[in-house]
Design a protein around this ligand. Structure first.
Ligand code: ZN
Length: 411
């Protein structure tokens, strides 16, 4: 390679790094809070659509209704003290008094009389976050049972005393046992240790105040495509976050990578269609964006030859892990070869959460791209204010975009 060509390539890389940093700064610092229904979420989708349009992609929107959530201070008042507690995400508001009843096992819940009572859930029954009542992709029987009993017995309000549940609730301590805009019993949560102290007020009257509001709103998926054939490759990442996190690794990094790939592919001209799908609901209780995407795709799953999902990739000092699902031997061989050529990429173990699972469930060959330390990130960083841009290495995002583009071009 001659020196001038190397210079040009070097300069192009620098441009991509700069773009990556600007994109990250916009998504995580200029607009904060990208949970569906929020102003920040609407700004993020409009902004991404504009960039994709600029790179000659045909851009469409898939709008859907959702709810924004506003929360103020919530607190408990016992005979001894008054203290703040965390508001259950999407909880209805509440202000009132009732007799406290404490329960730690499903069996006790089945037998209890809860009418007019304030229910404190501790221990075994509060060990994990419940999947939302109407969550379409996965719903364990025990969770359904708990909801069914609570809806029947209707306690006034629920106080959940929780620890950590990294697989489902990220690094939060305490984690919200309920995160469900379809569940209408007001709820708050506090640390398991605080729950232990509350137990002594069982059968006494305590007071609960919850300042919380559900606000009807809208969100959209952004779908960009290029090429005319029916058959397509889908590149996807979720654009939404939990509330109160910059969501840099989860998942501004994925969106930024797709925008870089969109630029690298701006002159793409081949028979096979490429679709960039910015889905809006992976971290939202209803997964509304994902459901809208599925609804719009009905009967057309066979059009998708391959899906590549990127989520929580590009952590400083860690490699990019690629895992495959239902891929042919040809695709697997291709990934192996490419990974050997790129020092920042490795083959990773499969993970069965995330938006690629929507495609995997329909038998679409899929790849998932994340940081090799994904599990540690879930335990310590994601869904919290700590997930900021300082954790993201733009160079890794450029590498990953290049991998996607190479892969797509040689499929
Ligand atoms: Zn994510």
């Amino acid at each position: 390679m001659s020196i001038p060509l190397l210079n040009i390539l070097g300069e192009m890389k620098m441009q991509y790094y700069k773009s990556a940093e600007n994109y990250l700064d916009y998504l995580c610092n200029a607009i904060s809070n990208r949970h569906p229904g929020s102003v920040g979420n609407q700004q993020a989708t409009a902004w991404a659509a504009e960039i994709l349009g600029k790179f000659n992609w045909q851009v469409t929107s898939q709008p859907f209704p959702c709810i924004d959530w506003r929360n103020g201070d919530s607190f408990l008042k016992t005979p001894e003290s008054s203290f703040r507690v965390k508001t259950g995400p999407y909880s209805l508001p509440f202000a009132g008094k009732g007799e406290l009843i404490q329960i730690s096992k499903l069996k006790e819940l089945e037998e209890a009389q809860l009418d007019g009572k304030i229910l404190l859930l501790t221990g075994e029954i509060a060990a994990g976050q419940l999947f939302p009542k109407n969550f379409p992709f996965y719903n364990p029987d025990e969770h359904k049972k708990i909801y069914q009993i609570l809806d029947e017995k209707k306690p006034l309000v629920i106080i959940a005393a929780t620890g950590k549940n990294p697989e489902v609730a990220g690094s939060l301590y305490p984690f919200p046992m309920f995160e469900d805009g379809d569940f209408d019993i007001p709820n708050v949560y506090l640390k398991d240790t605080e729950g232990q102290k509350l137990k002594k007020f069982a059968e006494q009257k305590i007071e609960v105040v919850i300042d919380s509001e559900r606000i009807p709103s809208e969100g959209e998926n952004i779908i960009a495509s290029k090429g005319n054939s029916r058959k397509k490759i889908v590149l996807t990442a979720h654009i939404d976050t939990k509330k109160n996190t910059p969501g840099a690794l989860d998942n501004a990094s994925g969106i930024v990578t797709l925008l870089l790939a969109a630029e690298m592919l701006k002159d793409y001209d081949s028979d096979r269609q490429i679709e960039i799908a910015l889905l809006n609901g992976e971290d939202y209780y209803q997964a509304s964006g994902e459901l809208q995407y599925i609804a719009d795709l009905q009967g057309k799953w066979d059009e998708i030859d391959l899906c590549i999902n990127i989520d929580a990739a590009g952590n400083v000092g860690h490699k990019i892990a690629i895992s495959e699902y239902s891929c042919s031997d040809r695709i697997k061989a291709r990934i192996n070869k490419m990974v050997k050529q790129k020092p920042d990429l490795i083959l990773g173990d499969p993970w069965y959460m995330g938006d690629h699972m929507i495609f995997v469930q329909q038998n679409v060959p899929s790849l998932a791209i994340c940081s090799e330390n994904m599990l540690d990130l879930c335990r310590d960083i994601t869904h919290t204010p700590a997930d900021d841009v300082s954790l993201v290495d733009s160079k890794l995002l450029v590498e990953t975009a290049e991998f996607m583009v190479d892969f797509v071009n040689t499929m």
